[in-house]
Design a binder for this molecule. Structure first.
Ligand code: GDP
Length: 451
């Protein structure tokens, strides 16, 4: 991806498919001229013009709204033209074709965002936040992404970067003036400040990790014996007939995932193959996947038949997953003459009638909140995996320094200085401060065309 491209780029910026309105976006030096040629009018900046869009024979392709933004007051920081036409894929294609004829070229994925970055309109964290906002699957995730877009996260990262810079300045000064052994931790306030910094980074990382749940969803896995009603429960929770419900044992051989939101908290609920000994190869594979899903889960719903209590298979599973937050859910209470008083059950339901389902949702939410997966205070921080990995690297580099505080030689002091430099670089990569080209291409290529 050429980062210093002066071309004018164009793409359909709205979603594919038919809609009331569709948008073709153009960015670059030729945008203004293209505007004049396609609308046959001189557009005023930042003004909505109701206009015809014409082809090379002056045939009207469509009518709509044209808006011209002059650099640098636009998303990309260049001249930008937005043509809002009727949302027909054919019409939008014809408009795009005409725009390309007039000198623009087709934008690559993420190229609009890339230009916004290069023109310092947004940093990387903010641009990723736009992608997160578009892809968000819950209101909370959307709000979090919006805050990141406003620059909240970038500010937190740059505060840490500043603190690291202060250390670097101190160390560089020592390197310039000292040729004796140095116990860097004996430098005034050095140890305390460094420990505080590592602590703050760890806290930020933890909070960021929590916010990932908002974006990626909390993994809830339903496990239990064959025919206990797992698929029926999934269907009940999602209000869909997604998993196959069958009176024949062993029907769910693959993992079925569904996304639901409980009070705005996104959950990915998985139905798994029933736990039982089997010689059926496909079912054995299903069981292997079940165990993997259990490993990767955040919360387990162990489903049992209210008439049987917790069976040996379920007990075995429970003992294997002691560390996992688990809810023991008794199903088929509609078949009981009277409610069971089994204290081992966290909640009693009937997937068939829907009884107890609201209570189950409340319990799921309570476990999630109790398990500190989420709470509104923590979710103030909103980061993605890339940011969390970078924070992890920074914390590791700084912790290494505290493990070898005594620098016997200038060479060792230089190694400490190098750790600080690398830590600062890792942080700069989060916001893209130093414009690491490989990193930028990698990130922007994951955006879609028109973004
Ligand atoms: P799975 O093998 O655990 O996924 O179980 P299914 O969801 O396929 O259900 C097995 C059988 O139990 C089906 O015939 C369901 O209709 C029935 N079933 C599931 N939940 C209930 C329930 O709450 N009450 C009653 N009476 N039957 C249920």
């Amino acid at each position: 991806m050429n980062l210093k491209d002066g071309d004018t780029i164009a793409a359909i910026a709205s979603a594919t498919g038919k809609a009331g309105i569709g948008v073709v976006r153009i960015s670059g030096v030729a945008a203004s001229e293209i505007a004049t040629k396609i609308t046959k009018t001189i557009l005023q900046t930042r003004t909505a013009h109701y206009s015809r869009f014409v082809d090379e024979h002056n045939q009207v392709i469509d009518e709509g709204i044209a808006i011209l933004y002059k650099a640098p007051a636009s998303f990309t920081g260049e001249d930008v033209l937005e043509l809002q036409a009727h949302g027909s894929p054919i019409v939008l294609d014809l408009i795009l074709e005409r725009v390309l004829q007039l000198g623009a070229r087709l934008a690559q994925p993420g190229e609009f965002s890339q230009r916004a970055f290069l023109n310092h309109k947004y940093d990387l964290v903010q641009l990723e936040a736009i992608a997160d906002l578009i892809n968000s699957s819950s209101r909370e995730a959307a709000r979090g992404a919006q805050r990141a877009l406003q620059g909240e996260m970038s500010h937190l990262f740059s505060q840490i970067a500043e603190r690291i810079k202060t250390f670097r300045v101190r160390i560089e000064a020592e390197l310039d003036f000292s040729d004796e052994d140095i116990d860097i931790l004996s430098l005034p306030e050095f140890e305390k400040n460094l420990t505080d910094l590592i602590h703050d980074i760890e806290q930020l990382k933890k909070k960021a990790q929590h916010s990932l749940y908002l974006y990626e969803g909390i993994k809830v896995v339903i496990v239990g014996r064959v025919n206990v009603g797992k698929s029926s429960l999934l269907n009940r929770l999602t209000n869909r007939a997604e998993a196959i419900v069958n009176a024949q044992p062993g029907t769910t051989r693959d993992i079925v995932n569904s996304n639901i939101a409980v009070d705005g908290i996104p959950l990915t609920i998985s139905d798994t193959a029933g736990l039982r000994e089997t010689n059926d190869v496909i079912e054995q594979e299903g069981m292997r996947r079940t165990r993997n899903a259990v490993q990767a889960s955040d919360l387990l719903l162990l489903l049992v038949d209210a008439r049987d209590g917790i069976c040996a298979t379920a007990r075995a599973l429970l003992s294997q997953c002691k560390a996992k937050p688990t809810l023991i859910v008794a199903n088929k209470i509609d078949l009981l003459k009277a409610p069971t008083e089994n204290a081992a059950f966290d909640v009693q339901i009937s997937a068939k009638t829907g009884a107890g389902i609201d209570l189950l949702k409340q319990q799921i939410k309570a476990r999630i909140t109790h398990g500190n997966f989420l709470d509104s205070e923590r979710s103030v921080v909103f980061a993605n995996r890339r940011h969390i990995e970078a924070l992890h690297t920074v914390a590791q580099l700084l912790s290494e320094i505290t493990k070898h505080p005594r620098c016997q030689s200038t060479q060792q002091l230089e190694l400490v200085a190098e750790n600080f430099r690398l830590a600062q670089q890792a942080l700069a990569d989060i916001t893209g401060t130093y414009g690491n080209e490989e990193l930028l291409s990698d990130i922007f290529s994951r955006f879609c065309i028109g973004k």
